[in-house]
Design a protein around this ligand. Structure first.
Ligand code: NAD
Length: 282
């Protein structure tokens, strides 16, 4: 079997066009502020990509760059100011942050109605309860890719590698919503290979180049590669693409797969934040 390659671009374009045409109709435009603290090279690339996409879709975008030694108090103060600024629809603080700043404090300070990353506990709680306000960008992007395949996920054995708050945990909830039987494996899991072998659908978010090899997966598996591993300026996923492509039914490439979707969902969330602002008058 040779897998069908799912390019995120194809799926993302539809979402982006939808957002663009809705934004075009608005008199006042949605506005996203992205805060970048420190000198993380990968973060700079991500932030610039988000900025460029906003411009393309007619969304106002502002990047606030702060030095590595910014204090937590300063950052929280800035977020509070943006929370109270009626001209700002969405706030995104690019992670990871320098070690002296507690991510949790930052995530909890962003106003839940401006939380376009969907990291705030209130928004995560709403998603868990099946009443989502926003959806977390990467896991929701994965769901859009799966929708694009047309495959019915009901009853499938879905295995997620990685249990982060950003990808693995919310991914499990979104797959459960689609009636998959979900297993999360992580760094302390015993016999990962035997669990992965049983997967009809595999979502890998581990952050190790070529962690998923062909002998670990079963014939016909759907493989979504979330991993981004930057080695000597080249990007690799978690999946040994050249080998797994011979066994899977669907496979996403890196780059060109999930990453593109993450930004598309962020744009959707920014528009949603704008709409919420209108109805809640914040
Ligand atoms: P993370 O480091 O927070 O989590 C990694 C997870 O992998 C952890 O839960 C850990 O338990 C698990 N893990 C680590 N070593 C393992 C091992 N040997 N066996 C099994 N599990 C192991 O990372 P994250 O933020 O969830 O991101 C994961 C990957 O996805 C990274 O490569 C990141 O760059 C990428 N990512 C991509 C996008 C995108 O838009 N495509 C978005 C977010 C993250």
């Amino acid at each position: 079997m040779t897998a069908k390659i799912i390019y995120g671009k194809e799926v993302a374009n539809k979402i982006k066009e939808e957002v663009k045409s809705k934004v075009l109709m608005l008199e006042k435009k949605p506005a996203l502020t992205v805060i970048l603290v420190g000198e993380n090279a990968a973060s700079k690339v991500y932030v610039n990509n988000k900025h460029k996409m906003c411009k393309k879709l007619g969304i106002k975008s502002d990047i606030v760059v702060l030095p590595e030694d910014t204090t937590q108090a300063f950052l929280l103060d800035l977020i509070k100011k943006l929370n109270n600024d009626k001209n700002i629809s969405g706030i995104l603080v690019q992670l990871p942050l320098p070690k002296h700043i507690a991510e949790e404090a930052v995530i909890n300070t962003v106003h839940p109605l401006k939380d376009v990353d969907c990291f705030h506990p209130e928004n995560i709680g709403l998603m868990f309860a099946g009443q989502p306000r926003f959806l977390p960008c990467t896991p929701a992007g994965v769901m859009e890719i799966l929708k694009f395949t047309g495959v019915n996920l009901s009853g499938m054995n879905a295995v997620i590698i990685g249990r982060s708050n950003i990808v693995g945990k919310p991914q499990a909830i979104l797959l459960l919503e689609k009636h998959a039987t979900v297993t999360i494996v992580h760094s302390r899991t015993k016999n990962i290979a035997s669990i992965v072998k049983n997967a009809d659908l595999l979502v890998s978010a581990v952050g190790i180049k070529h962690f998923v090899r062909a002998e670990m997966v079963k014939e016909g598996v759907i493989v979504i590669d979330v991993g981004i591993n930057r080695i000597k300026e080249k990007l690799y996923g978690d999946v040994d693409f050249d080998e797994v492509v011979k066994k899977a039914s669907y496979l996403t490439p890196v780059p060109g797969g999930v990453g593109v979707m993450t930004i598309a969902v962020l744009m959707q969330n920014t528009l949603k934040a704008y709409e919420l602002q209108q109805t809640h008058n914040i």
